[in-house]
Design a protein around this ligand. Structure first.
Ligand code: ATP
Length: 273
């Protein structure tokens, strides 16, 4: 296989309709086509309900396409074939397991964790230290703040060393300063593995800082409105540059315009009824 294709994610005319009892199935996403090249971070941004999480779930095999498909490395996305790290919005931690047990859970399921093996323990320690959760190893999720739970979820995703990393609003529970620190921690860890990553965010600056590609989605139905290649990602210097500021303004304008279009469409639809 062409090495450039390895771990590349491709959405091909993907439409997902959820089955809903008693009402017509609306498309959560309609005719989405997008390629996320191997070893890059793609940030997805857009209004609530436009189908961002649905795209991640389609890659993870948690929802099935109504039509179209998602491929990983040229083959139909299949969590049994690709190692996929998924950091869901609710963090996905098991309440009856400690922080340490939660972090190694993904590796245990894939039989890549060997308790007591120095190499594995060292990697676990590395991620816990990088994410400042070493002191929380024996706590249970209910004894953690939302931000700490997010870090545990992130440690789990990185320990897995996945082919594909899916992150659904990974830093949303954090205050602005901590969020920026965590973006740097994420980038540091990401550079160790260069995992092909899809990241959903509500923050324009986060999309700009982390995403080499930025996908702007619109709602009703969920669809891709614009795709930007972003040369400003990953650089602290760029983060405070005029170009970064200009780009974030452009993105905000685009989002505002899309929202206005959506509201106008909704009004027309109401009037038509
Ligand atoms: N299990 C489900 N059953 C029925 N409809 C669903 C289901 N999950 C999501 N939807 C609908 O699909 C659409 C897209 O939802 P999705 O969660 O993908 O959006 P989102 O952009 O991630 O939203 P948010 O930013 O609020 O998390 C929404 O209209 C939502 O109500």
């Amino acid at each position: 296989m062409d090495t450039d294709m390895m771990d590349t994610i491709a959405f091909q005319h993907l439409t997902v309709r959820y089955r809903a009892a008693g009402r017509a199935d609306a498309a959560a996403v309609a005719d989405v086509s997008l390629t996320v090249p191997r070893g890059t971070v793609c940030a997805i941004i857009g209004p609530s309900g436009c189908g961002k999480s649905t795209l991640l779930k389609a890659v993870a095999g948690l929802v099935q396409p109504t039509s179209g498909c998602v491929t990983i490395a040229g083959e139909k996305a299949d969590p049994k074939k690709s190692c996929i790290g998924f950091m869901p919005q609710n963090y996905g931690l098991l309440p009856w397991q400690t922080v340490r047990e939660n972090i190694v859970l993904g590796c245990r399921i894939r039989h890549t964790w060997h308790k007591g093996r120095a190499e594995d323990e060292a990697r676990l320690l590395h991620f816990m230290e990088a994410l400042h959760i070493r002191g929380l190893a024996d706590r249970y999720p209910h004894e953690l703040s939302g931000g700490q739970q997010q870090r545990v979820s992130l440690a789990r995703a990185f320990l897995l060393q996945p082919d594909i990393l899916l992150m659904d609003e990974p830093f949303s529970a954090l205050d602005a300063i901590t969020r920026e620190e965590m973006q740097d921690v994420f980038l540091g860890l990401w550079h160790e593995q260069h995992t092909t990553t899809l990241l959903v965010t509500h923050y324009v600056e986060e999309a700009l800082y982390l995403g080499q590609k930025i996908v702007l989605m619109a709602a009703n139905p969920g669809r891709i409105a614009r795709v930007f290649d972003n040369p400003l990602s990953g650089s602290r210097e760029q983060r405070s540059s005029q170009a970064f500021f200009e780009m974030s303004r452009t993105l905000r304008e685009e989002i505002r315009t899309l929202r206005m279009q959506d509201e106008t469409d909704e009004q027309r639809e109401e009037e038509r009824r």
